[in-house]
Ligand binder design. Structure first.
Ligand code: FDA
Length: 486
């Protein structure tokens, strides 16, 4: 990998004399390390997969990306595309299978144009959610978009895998509102929805990033929100009946008015209180717990900023914290008993000195109305909620201990969550579920182990699309969809 960077750079220059050298960084370049690390939110992947990229390209023109693809094919080197860099296993900037790679980092592909007339937006593939939300709020008080909570997540990876957020029970996922896209394929062609065809357009809306080509832009429909929404954030300890409350919550989470996602209601405080007191009086929500605000202020609120903070904080691409991190996911179809919940607390308390978290995200509403075949994201009707497990720590020496802990918790949960397959969310990527054989020769059989967990019956169709559009498996990583031939 190390010796190739000059050859690769020369190839880029010969393909594209047009200023490409200014956006190409080899290890000889003084900015190489800072660019490599800048989007790194999770310190774990690079510490366990130390192979560094041969070159990092930060293209600002399509022709730069086309050159990158051409030269990577010529040299037999992989491309890792990076948008926000939030992949849980770092697959956008590391190569656990140790195959030489270059990074195409889309930070300069981040412009967003909003058309309030048609309520649509074109968003370049390297924009972040924060940049998107900021741009929408600049143009309108009553338009919004339904996607994730963390502002530094990139639309390139996030929309490629689904995109769940605070408004998903009302509107569904980000992918449910993508109406067009531009992709550069393995042959360097720039395709839109019409020229790529409906099969590929289907696959890129949830089939996971890094498999089908490089998404350079998404077109989405924007969604209507009232000028005022209400939020609340309640803390309950075990001494305050947290177990019983959570137990009860499981019976209403997917059924309650879809205008409400745990904490997010369509209008003022009074309407929220009336819904909550009807469906979940045990929680004891009162007016003083609730705050009315605009949608963009709620974005700040859920991202952990003060609502008095300038919305410009959403434009920062710097991750909010850098930690060693491991995440996992599950889907729950039957309420977990109080005993079962108590078993969870016991295991969480074992790690009381660490940063551990389980987040229960409600399903139902619009999410259940959309067919599981409409997009590759299959976790629709029948799910009460999704669990997100996270462990974070500050020291590389703790990696093994923390991984063991989270794997034990995950194994304890097996009898309470979906089975055959035990479903998982591809945007909470988890290499424990399986990896393509050394990343070099993926096989259908091996990939279907993790593939059916992420995509259920859509896995087969994804493999068909992959076989059509990238039969030589140029765009690949440890969990990319393999073509049939392999
Ligand atoms: P990154 O750039 O690492 O890309 C992820 C994958 O997509 C990689 O395989 C990459 O190669 C590929 N890729 C990236 N850009 C591409 C492009 N333009 N074309 C093709 N492939 C591309 N999820 C959620 O649903 N709701 C949430 O609220 C949150 N919140 C959240 C908070 C934090 C702190 C983290 C770290 C993660 C989340 N997520 C999330 C998960 C998030 O949706 C997931 O990690 C996304 O894949 C991240 O997309 P990025 O572009 O940032 O990642």
């Amino acid at each position: 990998a190390w010796i190739n960077h000059d050859v690769y750079l020369k190839c880029l220059q010969s393909q594209n004399s047009n200023s490409i050298s200014k956006v190409a960084y080899t290890p000889k370049n003084s900015s190489y390390s800072s660019i490599l690390l800048s989007a790194e939110q999770n310190l774990r992947p690079a510490s366990t997969s130390p192979l560094k990229p041969t070159l990092i390209l930060t293209p600002f023109h399509e022709s730069h990306i086309q050159a990158a693809i051409y030269c990577a094919k010529k040299q037999g080197i992989q491309i890792r595309v990076r948008s926000g860099g939030h992949d849980y296993e770092g697959l956008s900037y590391t190569s656990p299978s140790k195959h030489p790679f270059v990074i195409v980092d889309l930070r300069n592909f981040s412009s967003i144009s909003i058309d309030t007339e048609s309520s649509t937006a074109w968003i370049q593939g390297g924009a972040t959610l924060g940049e998107l939300y900021h741009k929408i709020a600049e143009k309108s008080k009553t338009l919004a978009f339904a996607a994730g909570v963390c502002p530094t997540v990139g639309v390139g990876g996030h929309f490629s895998g689904g995109g769940y957020g605070m408004m998903s029970r009302k509107f569904g996922l980000a992918v449910d509102h993508i109406i067009d896209a531009k992709i550069i394929d393995v042959n360097g062609r720039i395709l839109d929805r019409q020229s790529m065809g409906e099969d590929l357009f289907w696959a890129i809306r949830g089939g996971g990033g890094g498999t089908f080509g490089i998404i350079i832009a998404w077109k989405v429909e924007l969604l209507p929100v009232p000028e005022i929404i209400t939020v609340f954030n309640l803390t309950k300890t075990l001494g305050q009946n947290a177990t019983q409350l959570l137990h009860k919550w499981q019976y209403i989470a997917d059924k309650i008015d879809p205008n409400l996602l745990a904490q997010n209601n369509k209008c003022g405080v009074d309407e929220l209180l009336s819904v909550m007191n009807r469906s979940f009086p045990e929680l004891g929500l009162v007016k003083e717990d609730c705050t009315e605000m605009s949608w963009i202020e709620s974005i700040l609120f859920f991202a952990g900023f003060a609502t008095s903070e300038s919305v410009d904080v959403l434009l920062s691409r710097t991750p909010l914290g850098r930690v060693y991190f491991k995440g996992k996911s599950d889907f729950v179809k039957q309420p977990i008993s109080e005993n079962g919940l108590e078993g969870i607390w016991k295991r969480m308390l074992e790690e009381a000195d660490g940063l551990v978290e389980m987040e229960f995200s409600p399903y139902g509403g619009r999410l259940s109305e959309i067919s599981e075949y409409a997009t590759p994201f299959p976790h629709r009707a029948g799910n009460i909620y999704m669990i997100h497990y996270a462990a974070a720590w500050n020291n590389s020496s703790e990696i093994e201990e923390k991984l063991t802990w989270i794997r034990r918790l995950y194994s304890y949960m097996a009898s309470y969550v979906s089975s055959s397959p035990r479903e998982a969310y591809v945007n909470y990527r988890d290499l424990d579920l399986g990896v393509n054989n050394d990343g070099n020769h993926p096989s259908y059989k091996v990939a279907s182990i993790w593939g059916t967990k992420y995509f259920k019956n859509n896995f087969e169709r994804l493999v068909h699309v992959k076989t059509e559009v990238d039969p030589s498996d140029f765009f690949r990583n440890e969990q990319s969809i393999p073509p049939f031939s392999s």
